[in-house]
Design a binder for this molecule. Sequence first.
Ligand code: C5P
Length: 227
Amino acid sequence: ALCGVVALDGPSGTGKTTAARRLATELNAGYLDTGAMYRVATLAVLRAGVDPTDAEAVVAVVRRTRIDVATDPSAPRALLDGTDVSVEIRTEEVNRAVSPVSAVPEVRELLVSEQRRAIREAVDNGGGIVVDGRDIGTVVVPDAPLKVFLTASADVRARRRSAQDMAAGRASSFEEAKASVQRRDHLDSTRATSPLRAADDAVLLDTSDLTIDEVTAKLTELVEGRG
Ligand code: C5P
């Protein structure tokens, strides 16, 4: 069993989310998908008809929106003002708008404090939690005992994203997926506040040539101190 925090960061398409959920299930731990929180915030912004690059208007929407993410790894649910939007937050429209929304410092402040509250609750209850994001090891929980930064080549990430999209019934081509993934990673890595980057003490794990089972096994080894 895990009784602390595992911080998992990296760009999209590295197998991070799937491996994080499996790891949490195996360890009987909680799972916090911080990307889902930024996605719910973005969906609220789009539904309000607000321009995602209008920081002031974005903050106003996010302030009045209730964003809840369930921490059960077997049933990850994202709620916007109490309504399940787990499917709606995965559209290409949200993919396009999420980077500008999550680059706004006040949006990050609001969500990071909510993330820290959820993490503290899990740890206080004696359980552990696997936290999946971009800035978990650098900003949200800089004292996490285990930080892993997942990477993968751009082609592999695009292939995985495209396969996920098709499995979920969304139209997708490799070229579109590649452009979308690269654009978002570039924006996330170059923003001023909490850019996507590995913490100095993170373990780097290149998943390009690994299956999801292998990524999960590697993470389990690291948690058990065998890595
Ligand atoms: O993990 P996922 O791809 O669902 O994340 C969606 C977006 O949310 C990322 O591209 C990034 O812009 C933002 N994000 C973030 N910080 C996190 C998690 C996600 O800025 N901790």
